[in-house]
Design a protein around this ligand. Structure first.
Ligand code: G6P
Length: 372
């Protein structure tokens, strides 16, 4: 056994369990919400506060799991900072004939900072006259950080497992800070809301520990999943990209075909696939869409589908015939996606272990894709 693994079987498992520490490190030194958090400390001339004040739109560019982090951030940026936001897959954006807008802040998200498509998409945006650029990246010395005006370097530490875990949750923390900093620069963040959001962020490592303690229950789910060939992941709002990320994790490392869907779209297609051979994972936070989600769950049950529900403690969703519930802590407000993704990482991990795949180095995939 690799000494660096400590008590863990794989790097992916170790990295999942490192998330409380990675988040605490990423938020270290954040005393209050100020745009200067995104400065690169004088290396270049542009100050974040000036860039943020003149930002009318945000364009997020990324690939893979980093793209899903951007998709979650769109909900935050629009609802909290009130800044219109688009999120684009880098390999699509770079070849698309899009309409540039100089008052756009381009945010490139990448764990490695070396993904060829993300770098090319950034350069494409720059060539269209969008000079206000921000890297959210885990590697301070990467090309992405060098080429952007502003940067927020996450402190996840080295990530070895090909399937990204702790890089994703630290990207989300950085994107939430960005949301608050933009809101601040635009005069849209009251002192009371700033204090409330900061309190919630600082409490994240403790809240994550409670979620990691659910591992034994997730191992029982994984035993069921290991015998299946298809799975569906449902979510709504900012938990829809979490469903997409859960599906991506499962297919990457267990080779089970998985799809993430916004729960409201179920009736427009995937419901035709539902049988007891395809487990349906449902991300069920206690938010404004809970009642809608509950009726989507009934649609699945009515077709003989079997539900695996990650339900916040206060949702009153109980286990039943064909309904397996894992109870999450109480609803965590806008930061809830950071908690809900963790059981999905563990589900993919333990399902892959049960199937005996090469968890840290799944077939055909690379940690960092530096060619097109
Ligand atoms: C590869 C990795 C993924 C990662 C994606 C983007 O596909 O296997 O885990 O999400 O690249 O990588 P980046 O370093 O740009 O975040």
């Amino acid at each position: 056994q690799d000494i660096a693994l400590g008590p863990y079987r794989h790097f992916m498992q170790k990295e999942i369990f490192e998330q409380p520490r990675a988040l605490a490190d990423t938020l270290q030194g954040v005393e209050g919400i100020v745009p200067e958090l995104f400065d690169d400390h004088g290396v270049r001339s542009r100050a974040a506060w000036r860039v943020f004040a003149e930002t009318d739109r945000v364009l997020i560019l990324a690939c893979g799991t980093s793209y899903y982090a951007g998709c979650v951030a769109r909900y935050w940026l629009e609802s909290i900072a009130r800044v219109p936001t688009t999120v684009e897959i880098a390999s699509e954006y770079r070849y698309r004939d899009s309409v540039p807008d100089a008052r756009t802040l381009v945010v490139a998200i990448s764990q490695s900072g070396e993904t060829a498509d993300t770098l090319a998409a950034l350069r494409h945006a720059q060539s269209l006259g969008m000079g206000n650029t921000l890297a959210i990246c885990n590697v301070a010395t990467s090309a992405l950080v060098r080429e952007c005006e502003l940067a927020y370097v996450t402190r996840a530490g080295v990530e070895i497992g090909v399937a990204s875990t702790k890089a994703f949750t630290t990207q989300l923390a950085a994107l939430f800070l960005l949301t608050l900093a933009l809101a601040q620069a635009k005069g849209r963040l009251s002192a009371e809301r700033e204090a409330r959001h900061l309190r919630a962020m600082r409490h994240l490592p403790v809240a994550l520990q409670a979620v990691l303690a659910l591992e034994p229950a997730i191992i029982r789910w994984a035993e069921d999943f290991a015998t299946k060939e298809h799975a569906l992941f449902l979510g709504r709002g900012p938990h829809y990209p979490i469903a997409l990320e859960g599906a991506l994790k499962l297919k990457e490392i267990s080779y089970i075909h998985a799809e993430g869907y916004p729960a409201g779209e179920l009736k427009h297609g995937p419901l035709a696939l539902v049988t007891n051979a395809m487990p349906v994972v449902t991300v069920a936070p206690h938010d404004a869409l809970l009642e809608k989600l509950k009726s989507n769950m009934q649609e699945v049950r009515a077709r003989g589908g079997v539900l695996y529900v990650l339900a916040d403690a206060d949702t009153h969703i109980g286990s039943d015939d064909g309904v397996h519930v894992i109870r999450m802590p109480e609803h965590y407000g806008p930061l809830s996606p950071i908690l809900h993704v963790v059981p999905l990482q563990l589900l993919a991990y333990h399902t892959a272990c049960a199937r005996g795949t090469d968890v840290d180095k799944p077939r055909n995939l690379a940690k960092s894709v530096t060619v097109e």
